[in-house]
Unconditional design. Sequence first.
Length: 364
Amino acid sequence: MIIRQTLVVLTALLSASACALAQTFSVGNLTYSVTDKTAGEVDVSSCESYESEIDVPATVSHGGISYKVTGIGITAFSVKSSLRRIGLPEGIRHIGEEAFAYCSQLTSMSLPASVESIGSKAFSGCLMLSRVSMGSGVRSIGSGAFMDCRSLLSAAVPAGVRIIEAATFGGCSSLREVSLPEGLAIIDDLAFRECGSLSSISLPGSLTYIGDEAFASCGSLARISLPARLMSIGDKAFSGCVSLSSIVLPDSLISIGDGAFEKCRSISSITMPSGTTSIGSEAFKYCMNLGNVVIGEGVTSIGDRAFRVCTSLRQITVGATEPPAVGADAFFGVSRRTAVLVPSASLDAYRQAAVWREFNIRPM
């Protein structure tokens, strides 16, 4: 009985192995994996070629069956250092994770309109990639898809994309122009971090959230217009944007994250809208050119070191009738001769409140 059961198990394993082998085949230098046998669809799963130019066929035949090539699989062409150009046919629907990662000589890429998704890190580390044309059908772009593409000059995100995932364009140090579609709701963490050549960007009116370090260390970013629906700015979102000279916060904004504008040393004034309820720790730390701050009436707390070493700060206007709670060292390095303008009816409250009483309290 035991021998019979063992034989049954071995037969099943051999059958499964044979089926698995039957799902993969090679034609020329490309290996394909069958993804839908009924529909006759395959992905390119690997490449054995070291040629500088490769054209992926729209169809491929094997065993008397014609298959449609509908995808580029995970790591299919990754680390092909000799690859300079690749042609993709109409009919490709998805680009897998790390599909072209670290193809260090790849200079341009044109995706057909049929492509719907680009996987995580699909083109990461393509150091010579300077031009990418994303097909109009793209609906999702994975995290880190173009991370560290240091020669990429411009990017036009297709209309169907709703989220710029984490680190999508992080480290694209030559990126100068970005077009974002109306309908985009989220720019996630690190999305454009260290895009040092990006001097301006137009954000769509549909945007509601900017993630942690989304634009951190974008040293050339001088101006940005925040949309009217924006509700949250993440931690260190604009930290180290040393050229950012002015920014208008929309009335919709509820929270400003920790270190959101830290080391933005060119900002001279800032106005918090009435809907903002909290200012994160270190939000404006080392903004040494900041001279005038208006804190909206809705702010109830100011985080630790929020305005630390803002040595040019000469006037603070606070709209709240109740003095906002102030964290440790929130105004460290700010002159106590700085004028703080508050509602007339709240003069006594501010003159008695911790931290606020140290300043020159005046009526609005």
